[in-house]
Write a protein that binds this ligand. Structure first.
Ligand SMILES: [Zn+2]
Length: 342
């Protein structure tokens, strides 16, 4: 249905609007935002805090065809450092299960969970899987090793940024996940800007999605995509808005793999250059020790799922250096043998 290659014909960006911090009973700002999206028949994802107030009733405004509900935490209150991360499986399970059941009792069946302050841990992911959620929307740096969950992190935090991006367009395919809160709308201007964004979405034929759209599409939104999303080269390019990349876009897997390969080549080129400058010298037995240490390093990182972009870069560099070393030593050995034979 959607192209998942590097480039697409027509409009390359898709948008997910994620409105956090909404109450069951609603409030005037939330109501106004939802009305705007409904007026222009444009999808919005609304995050309800299930137990913010115990005896709230569900505002009927949420039950319109252009609003999809996701669960935003439990009470939105910290227990220790967070509402979820750091807590035991049992505690997290109780909160998430209770929130889900409460919404289901109102006839709402959410597929997506977005934790307060975008903060979650590996246990949260297991609980979500067991309770039956399909998608998590946290931040770009959250854990991502549970294979049963789809990861759609927030990438853009202001209506203004999203508007600029959509007006400018993008060469590469990707999703912009705009995270907004009702309390950020403090003036008439803020609502006007949002209306302008919606009009631009329509005029530029941007596909505006619900979280549930991405669960049914044949699109890679696994933890691997989230991992590649902050590999060093891409991270550098998009953080600085270089070469047509933008920090607010969650790029598609094809492009991420392509950038990852380029990163390997650049790294190899730099190290070969250093090698040719004769900066790497070791004796045979030292090379062997380094090889064993490297193997242990990679094993440890694999077992512990260390996959921060710095760590990945370190491992890649170490592996390349080791092979160049090895090649260097073997060549030298061959030359020595030849010299002895003569
Ligand atoms: Zn929140």
């Amino acid at each position: 249905m959607f192209s998942t290659g590097l480039f697409a014909s027509g409009q390359n960006l898709r948008l997910i609007v994620r409105l956090d911090d909404c109450y069951l009973s609603g409030d005037p700002k939330t109501e106004r935002i939802i009305q705007l999206f409904t007026k222009y028949k444009t999808p919005i994802n609304v995050g309800i805090i299930p137990y913010r107030n115990e005896d709230d009733t569900l505002n009927p405004m949420y039950l319109n065809p252009y609003t999809e509900i996701f669960v935003h935490g439990y009470r939105h209150k910290k227990e220790g450092t967070d509402e979820f991360s750091g807590l035991s499986y049992q505690k997290q399970w109780e909160k998430i299960q209770r929130g889900k059941l409460m919404l289901e009792s109102k006839g709402i069946y959410p597929c997506c969970f977005a934790p307060p302050w975008n903060s979650y841990d590996e246990i949260t992911l297991s609980v979500l899987k067991d309770v039956g959620f399909l998608v998590i929307s946290g931040n770009e740096f959250g854990p991502k090793n549970n294979l049963s969950i789809k990861y759609i992190p927030s990438t853009c935090y202001s209506v203004k940024d999203a508007l600029h991006l959509i007006q400018k367009g993008s060469i590469f395919n990707g999703i912009v996940v705009l995270l907004i809160h009702p309390y950020e709308f403090t003036s008439e201007n803020d609502f006007l800007l949002l209306e302008k964004l919606i009009l631009n979405i329509r005029n530029n034929k941007i596909k505006n999605l619900y979280f549930s759209n991405l669960t049914s599409l044949d699109e890679n939104i696994t933890g691997k995509r989230l991992e590649y999303h902050h590999y060093p080269l891409l991270y550098l390019l998009r953080s600085n808005n270089m070469l047509g990349f933008n920090k607010n876009v969650y790029y598609e897997m094809g492009l991420l793999i392509f950038i990852n390969i380029i990163e390997w080549f650049l790294l190899i080129a730099v190290i070969i250059y250093l090698h040719l400058k004769k900066l790497l010298k070791l004796k045979y037995y030292q090379t062997l020790i380094v090889g064993v240490l490297l193997f242990i390093l990679l094993l440890v990182s694999y077992i512990n799922k260390y996959d921060s972009y710095r760590w990945v870069l370190l491992c890649k560099t170490a592996v390349i250096i080791f092979f160049i070393w090895l090649n260097n030593r073997l060549m030298l050995r061959k030359q020595l043998k030849e010299a002895q034979a003569r």
